[in-house]
Design a protein around this ligand. Structure first.
Ligand SMILES: *Cc1c(COP(=O)(O)O)cnc(C)c1O
Length: 232
């Protein structure tokens, strides 16, 4: 077994344990393998071990990888900050965008999504930690922004994404994920039909699963430590 395939298995076991501890079915939690900064060959190894969903943060790097891996049926998720001059290639090449945090970006993605493809699956990124440096809509802006996105013809609003303030204190991890979950429940109570809570990474996936994550985004626990901190 390759290192990547045994790491994928270990992450699947962590998800399963966390799910069982919260009386959840592990099959309701999808694993997004975050392959940013890793070469196409690492993605190919992961695919051979059964992984099909991959997350990327840098457009140019992602497009090159997609090219090299065009022979594989992969699902690509854009998880980095979206610059407005990059919305067209993102809308043309990705299956999902997790990092939509303003109306202008949503409008441009919807306009650029080719008619030959299904609507682009998107998550609204919310900044629950209140850190000014972080991307994401403020919780107060989430309801109106979510309704706006849900009304766009070429986008399909699937749910919320969050990158909480990193902490090793499990209670603090859980409190931040619970805040995202509560926003998500409110939106569904207001009539939206969201099915995706994109939260939890290598360090805090257990807390995210305990608070209702349906998709965890895991990089370093699968591929190894990245050369530099590059979290947005
Ligand atoms: C890099 C990144 C991840 C993965 O982080 P790890 O700690 O390596 O698991 C998840 N989500 C986003 C948005 C990222 O940028």
């Amino acid at each position: 077994m390759t290192t990547i395939s045994s790491a994928l298995q270990a992450v699947a076991e962590r998800i399963a344990l966390a799910a069982t501890a919260s009386a959840r079915d592990p099959r309701t939690i999808a694993l997004l393998a975050v392959s940013k900064t890793w070469p196409a060959e690492a993605v190919r190894d992961a695919f051979q071990a059964g992984q099909t969903r991959f997350g990327e943060s840098y457009l140019q790097e992602a497009l090159e990888k997609m090219n090299r891996l065009a022979d594989l049926p992969l699902e690509w998720h854009f998880i980095g900050p979206v610059q407005s001059n990059k919305t067209r290639p993102i809308a043309e090449h990705f299956n999902w965008v997790h990092s939509v945090d303003r109306a202008k970006i949503a409008d441009r993605l919807s306009q650029a999504r080719p008619a030959t493809l299904p609507p682009l699956d998107v998550c609204l990124q919310v900044n629950v930690s209140g850190e000014a440096s972080k991307s994401g809509a403020t919780p107060t802006d989430v309801p109106s922004l979510a309704r706006h996105i849900a009304g766009l013809p070429r986008l399909r609003l699937r749910g919320l994404m969050a990158i909480p303030r990193p902490t090793l204190v499990v209670e603090e991890q859980r409190a931040q994920f619970a805040a995202v979950r509560s926003l998500f429940d409110d939106l569904n109570a207001q009539g939206l039909t969201l099915d995706t809570l994109s939260m939890g990474m290598s360090q805090d996936l257990e807390a995210a699963v305990a608070e209702g994550a349906t998709m965890v985004r895991v990089g370093s626990a699968i591929f190894g430590a990245r050369p530099s901190a590059d979290m947005q």
